[in-house]
Design a binder for this molecule. Structure first.
Ligand code: OAD
Length: 254
């Protein structure tokens, strides 16, 4: 693990820092990633779980899978990588944290300006009347005998508030993320394989607009060749060291 003095200097002097995170930042909290050898897509098929046709075909299965992931996310805690990003937010004048994660760990670590590109597991809503569903209504166990969870108001199916394959990203979130990538001075792409667009296009957009772009990952991602710097190492180790170095550079260490 080593990051350049250029990265530290750029972050310490930046007016606006934008960050994109993916499943890798939550890996050290115990949340499985998607595409690693032990990731979710090695054990489950996206086409059977993460799209609206699958949900309509077998709502009990899909509701059960998300209830399982929701419980797992609730049981784990933010790690030093999440906390370092919450601290970085305090060190720079403007900060935008864009996440593809649906686990809520950034918010629980204290990050304030979080843009959720792929939704959030902790929220659910009725597909017919769009009424938000309370937590208790959202989460059946696997193999629920009484059928899928339905809206108490209209009887429609309750779905998680996450983006499925084939669905557009929430427009406002995408707009804020794009704006941040196009206007920031430094962009960090952390723990993402950078193969799912439009999220993966954000670091490239930042490069185009003149930001200094660095990747933090345990291995080189699909966009590694296009960024200014690749910091190889676990986010939970790299980010606390990086943010400490930035604070020290600003004379705020300790
Ligand atoms: P992936 O599972 O595709 O990639 C996880 C990345 O994290 C990989 O590049 C790993 O090398 C890296 N990684 C693993 N452990 C790490 C650690 N401790 N520190 C740093 N990096 C680590 O996950 P995403 O890129 O987030 O979309 O996947 C993007 C989207 O694909 C997800 O949001 C989800 C999925 O389908 C939807 O559900 C819409």
């Amino acid at each position: 693990m080593s990051f350049s003095q250029t990265l530290v200097d750029r972050l310490a002097a930046a007016r606006h820092v934008a960050v994109l995170t993916g499943a890798g930042i939550s890996a050290e909290s115990g949340v499985p990633t998607f595409r690693d050898p032990d990731g979710l897509w090695a054990r489950f098929r996206p086409q059977e779980l993460a799209n609206v046709e699958a949900f309509l075909r077998n709502p009990v299965l899909v509701q059960g899978w998300y209830a399982h992931r929701r419980r797992l996310a609730q049981e784990v805690a933010p790690n030093p990588g999440h906390r370092a990003l919450a601290r970085l937010e305090e060190l720079v004048p403007a900060f935008t944290l864009v996440t593809q994660n649906v686990d809520d760990l950034h918010q629980r670590a204290g990050s304030r300006a979080v843009v959720e590109l792929h939704g959030n597991l902790t929220r659910s809503y009725c597909i017919d009347c769009r009424r938000p569903a309370a937590d208790a209504e959202a989460g059946p166990a696997h193999g629920r005998e009484e059928g899928p969870v339905r809206c108490p108001a209209c009887g429609g199916l309750i779905r998680p508030d996450v983006v499925w394959f084939g669905e557009p990203l929430p427009a406002e979130a995408l707009e804020r993320a794009t704006e941040a990538a196009a206007t920031c001075d430094v962009f960090l792409s952390i723990g993402t394989s950078a193969v799912v667009y439009p999220a993966a296009g954000l670091p490239l957009l930042a490069v185009e607009h003149g930001a200094y772009v660095a990747e933090v990952n345990v291995e080189r991602s699909a966009i590694a060749a296009h960024v200014h710097e690749v910091v190889l190492g676990p986010a939970g180790t790299v980010l606390p060291a990086l943010v400490e170095a930035v604070a020290a550079r600003q004379g705020r260490g300790g």
